[in-house]
Design a protein. Sequence first.
Length: 297
Amino acid sequence: MLILLVIVILLTVYFNTHDNTYAPGCGTSPRVDYYTKLLNDSSEESFNRVYTGDRAEIGDWPWLVRISVTFRNDSLSLCTGAIVGNTWILTAAHCLHSGDIKYTSISYDSVEINPITNRIAYASKYFVHPNYTTPHKSDDIALIQLQSTIRFSDSVHALCLGRNIQPVAYETTFAVGYGREFRGHRRMDPVNYAREAMMDTFLGEECKKNEKIVCTFGYNQGTTKGDSGGSLMVIRDNRFYSIGVVSMGSQNSITNVMSEVRSFYTRTSAYCDWISETTAQQVKCDDKTFDINYLLL
Ligand SMILES: *[C@@H]1O[C@H](CO)[C@@H](O)[C@H](O)[C@H]1NC(C)=O
Ligand SMILES: *[C@@H]1O[C@H](CO)[C@@H](O)[C@H](O)[C@H]1NC(C)=O
Ligand SMILES: *[C@@H]1O[C@H](CO)[C@@H](O)[C@H](O)[C@H]1NC(C)=O
């Protein structure tokens, strides 16, 4: 009887610890199939769907987190971030300002802000890129280490990082965040759910010159304040990869062309060494190469 009890306890411990490290693989989501089909279908109907932007659905963005930073003066700053390891969140440096943070809560496992169902983790340490400068926002990238480990599952896991994820001209990219919606140039009320957008990369002068940024344009679609820190994503081999971190939102950069919105991002692949050093190799970019010729058709 005692032996049986010991076996049951050992089995329980075994499955619980193994459940902790369970991971369906970075960057996997039902949204991969949806967007692959959508991009493959060039009909006008599918273009129009994209044009208006979509409200994100539960389970679509397993790495998506909402970051609430409470400063010592009790003011609050809201940002978006991505789970890149079970104790690590990738975000923008400007979300963490110059310090003086009282605490930071990270809501995950939901695309909707719901204090009852959202799961919350707290930050233990902040790593702002050492070369981040405020006025120009260069090197606008940061990592947050969590106090506790996030248990991975189908609906909660990491976004992929890759050393060879580089922008290709006019490639379609995806972003999801909690920022306010823009209608024309008017900023709408804050929302309590995440919205997703599709934008194309462009390689204009400043983007060609600077290998540490990614630039996108979208029709009525861009990223805005609360989206800061979220990842701009591309699909490679049926997985989502981070290609950029939302840095300068479109409120500064709406062009004269009505409804064409330009946004700027910190190029994730330029920071692979910094990410692996900062996380003591717990988070690493993969070295895979991809056949992207089909993107250039
Ligand atoms: C894309 O469309 C073509 C032609 O309709 C089809 O043969 C192909 O299987 C599609 N690919 C994907 C990934 O859906
Ligand atoms: C509180 O502190 C933050 C960060 O230092 C600053 O950005 C914000 O403007 C301050 N808010 C108030 C109301 O003083
Ligand atoms: C910061 O910038 C300096 C000068 O450009 C460079 O040598 C250094 O590697 C940068 N630091 C990191 C962590 O990238």
